[in-house]
Design a protein around this ligand. Structure first.
Ligand code: GLY
Length: 394
């Protein structure tokens, strides 16, 4: 069997497993909003410390919209729209929605609008874009990360250190920018796009290092935009390379290229991608939580690999014929390694991609090596991209 035939067989088998699992999960969950299963069962995040505004709450509706797009089965659309209505209180209450408004509302309301044309969903999307744009710091030309979490329990130490949270900018936010690009495309008002482009340029300047590795977090003076510090954030430490942050850079800069046509964004995406490909190739295509951390203990974050694969497939769409192969082949290698190592296809249990880890230094010991909802979203998107049947939700 050639490599191409073997990849095709893997794709067909994996898609069938996914269909079975998603049909079972959708039947069990409906409009439940899941984060990570406990004892093999999802629970709803409302009423937990995560709450309805938590950044991952768009991924379940995103999975449902991808399945609806691919299969046309109504149960997926109905459940996705039910979750979308549940998220309304996040838009009106302001409490809990931060720079991650893009993750939340691109995959719920904007996805609905893109799939069905519902004007109410469009209104929700524009409202969310206004909230995200309102976080822009014009002096520093960046979108502020997070809110002040001081006093909350179980927050890692780096999140409550110092007093300068309003000058923080993080690599993750690259994936929220498409909400702003969409709002400009939709309304004809360039301000949303201008904010997104300025943020992306500031990220190019301070977050991406010359070798393609990235800072997770940088601290800027909120009055002047001067660079103050670059702490380790969710990675091992200052100067390390948190793998999920790397994946957000690969995919996020590629999307900024798609929406603006600015070639420097594609080049930055490629620069970050080449760093990831080198690190993954040296480790059997399995993603460590941080690519620049001590060899022991070995800690994986499967989700970083799967998000990177989606970013590589996005890059492959924008490069020439003889360049595509690099990104496509690397994406296949990552996806095959991660599904073999981490996936649970049993339709009776919740969660598909195990091996997800939120922080390198896990403060409460409960957020490592587990299935997390965003890994499942990106796996579905990757498989459907390979089958040329993905809904474009970014
Ligand atoms: N906030 C995005 C992440 O933790 O990757």
């Amino acid at each position: 069997m050639t490599n191409r035939e073997s990849d095709r067989q893997w794709l067909d088998t994996t898609w069938e497993r996914l269909r079975t699992k998603m049909a079972a999960e959708c039947g069990r969950l409906g409009t439940t909003i899941p984060f990570a299963p406990r004892g093999g069962k999802y629970f709803d995040v409302e009423g937990t410390p995560l709450g309805l505004g938590f950044w991952t709450n768009g991924f379940w509706p995103g999975m449902l919209w991808q399945m609806y797009h691919a299969t046309g089965e109504e149960q997926y659309r109905e459940a996705a729209q039910g979750v979308e209505r549940r998220l309304d209180s996040v838009l009106t209450g302001l409490d809990g929605v931060d720079h991650d408004a893009g993750f939340l509302f691109l995959l719920s309301a904007v996805a609905d609008y893109r799939e069905t044309g519902d004007p109410e969903s469009r209104r929700r999307g524009i409202h969310a874009a206004n909230l995200l744009a309102g976080r822009y710091n014009p002096a520093g030309r960046f979108i502020r990360a997070w809110d002040d979490h001081k006093g909350e329990q179980e927050m890692p130490a780096w999140m409550s250190a110092g007093g300068g949270v309003c000058g923080w900018m993080i690599v993750d936010c690259m994936m929220n920018l498409p909400l702003l690009y969409w709002a400009s495309e939709e309304t004809g008002d360039p301000r949303y796009r201008q904010i997104a482009e300025n943020h992306a340029r500031t990220a190019q300047r301070w977050i991406v290092r010359p070798d393609g590795s990235c800072n997770h977090l940088i601290s800027l003076d909120p009055e002047t935009g001067e660079l103050l510090d670059s702490p380790g954030g969710q990675g091992y430490g200052p100067g390390s390379a948190w793998s999920r942050g790397q994946s957000w850079a690969v995919y996020g800069f590629a999307l900024s290229y798609r929406h603006t046509g600015d070639m420097s964004f594609l080049n930055t995406a490629k620069q970050c991608a080449h760093y990831c490909i080198a690190c993954l190739a040296a480790n059997d295509w399995l993603p460590l939580v941080d690519y620049r951390a001590p060899e022991e203990p070995v800690k994986y974050d499967s989700d970083a690999g799967i998000i990177t694969a989606c970013g590589l497939l996005e890059i492959a769409e924008h490069v020439g014929e003889y360049e595509k192969g690099l990104y496509h082949t690397a994406a296949m290698r990552i996806l095959r390694a991660c599904t073999e190592q981490f996936c649970d296809w049993n339709p009776e249990t919740d969660g598909i991609v195990g091996g997800g880890t939120t922080y390198y230094h896990d403060p409460c010991g409960r957020m490592s090596d587990l299935p997390i909802i965003y890994g499942d979203y990106y796996l579905i998107e990757a498989l459907l991209r390979l089958r040329e049947n993905a809904a474009f939700l970014w």
